[in-house]
Each structure stands twice: as structure tokens, then as C-alpha cells.
Design a protein around this ligand. Structure first.
Ligand code: ZN
Length: 201
């Protein structure tokens, strides 16, 4: 049995940190120690930032993004094309697309994908708000930027059916060779999809 080196307060901090994505028990212990050492420059500002986040962060009633305002910063950004809605599974995916500077559009966050095995049905996703946005008019394209998984693609088809009665173009992300990718290293599914979806020079 390893002997305990810290009191329950520190153990609790370590246990909570270990629940963060990407942190195992060892790195959580290292992070806890770092926070304790940097009490004034890191631990206290972090506590304050977390308190403010807990108090102020809400889910956007328009798109499902998280922000400190509702409607969110993305929905209020006048420079974005209101006629294009990018549908994503999660806020993380929205942030990834924004990081890439891929498009100046509005978003819609589903909050997951349809997954019969996990008991996730249409009513568990942010779908009715999407239909309402399209039904209000002014939307010409819905880009289904869902993950290239079976559940992601099932969800995309379900949304296409939902929107079939509206004059809106549904598109999806291309599947193919990543930028800088070498053919020899690609998995068979990606390579086959890239060949099927080849484009003209
Ligand atoms: Zn929003």
C-alpha cells in the first residue's frame, strides 16, 4: 500500500483535476502541485475565473453555443453570413472550425449525435431550434459538419429529411486526403472516400 503523502484537501484537488480530459492521475498530481506552488499567480486567478464562468456562462438560445451572453457572440456577429448555418455536434467542433478560420457563417450546435445504442434520440438533440431557424427563412445553405462516424452520418441524413420541405441547400464536409497527408499512411476508408469524391483540376 502506498502511504498517503497529502491531506484530504489536496487529494480532493488531485481527484477533480484527474477528471479533466487529457489528464491522468499522475499529471493531475503534477498540476495540483503546480497550482499550489503558484498560489498567487495561478491558483487564485483560476479560482476567480472558474467562479465567474460558473456564474455567467449560459447556453445560447439561438444556436446552442456556450458564452457569457445570450444570443452568443457568434450569433451577434454582423459580419457572419446569416444565410449559411454550419451544423456541428459539439461546441468543441465549433471552436475547431473557428480556429481554422474555415468560414464566416453562423453555427448550430446539436449537443451530440443520434445513437440508438446509447439511447440518444432526436428529442435529446438541439434539432427543433434548427428547424425553427430554417423555417423563419433567410437561410440558403445548411452545412452538415458532423463527424465522419456512422452515428454522425445517420444524424446528417436525419437532418436532411427534417429540412426537406424547406428551400435550403444541404451540404456536407468533403472526406479525403488531409492537407500534408501521404497516401501510403491513410486508412483504407479515407483513401476510398477521397477517390470517390475526387474533384476536377
Ligand atoms: Zn449563438
Amino acid at each position: 500500500m502506498p502511504s498517503t503523502v497529502a491531506g484530504p484537501e489536496i487529494e480532493r484537488l488531485v481527484q477533480l483535476l484527474a477528471r479533466l480530459p487529457g489528464l491522468g492521475p499522475r499529471s493531475a498530481r503534477r498540476a495540483a502541485l503546480h497550482l499550489i506552488r503558484k498560489r498567487e499567480t495561478l491558483l487564485q486567478p483560476l479560482v476567480e475565473a472558474m467562479r465567474v464562468a460558473e456564474e455567467r456562462i449560459v447556453t445560447c438560445s439561438v444556436c446552442g453555443n456556450v458564452d457569457s451572453r445570450d444570443p452568443c457572440t457568434v450569433c451577434c456577429d454582423e459580419r457572419r453570413d446569416p444565410a449559411t448555418i454550419v451544423v456541428v455536434e459539439s461546441v468543441g467542433d465549433l471552436w475547431a472550425l473557428e480556429r481554422a478560420g474555415a468560414i464566416q457563417a453562423r453555427y448550430h450546435v446539436l449537443g451530440g449525435v443520434l445513437s440508438p445504442l446509447d439511447g440518444v434520440g432526436p428529442s435529446d438533440l438541439n434539432l427543433s431550434a434548427l428547424v425553427a431557424r430554417v423555417a423563419r427563412g433567410g437561410v440558403s445553405e445548411v452545412i452538415l459538419a458532423v463527424n465522419a462516424t456512422v452515428d454522425g452520418q445517420t444524424t446528417a441524413h436525419y437532418i436532411i429529411d427534417l429540412l426537406s420541405g424547406y428551400p435550403v441547400k444541404a451540404t456536407r464536409l468533403a472526406h479525403g486526403v488531409p492537407v500534408g497527408g501521404e497516401l501510403d499512411y491513410l486508412d483504407d476508408g479515407t483513401l476510398a472516400a477521397a477517390m470517390r469524391q475526387r474533384t476536377a483540376f
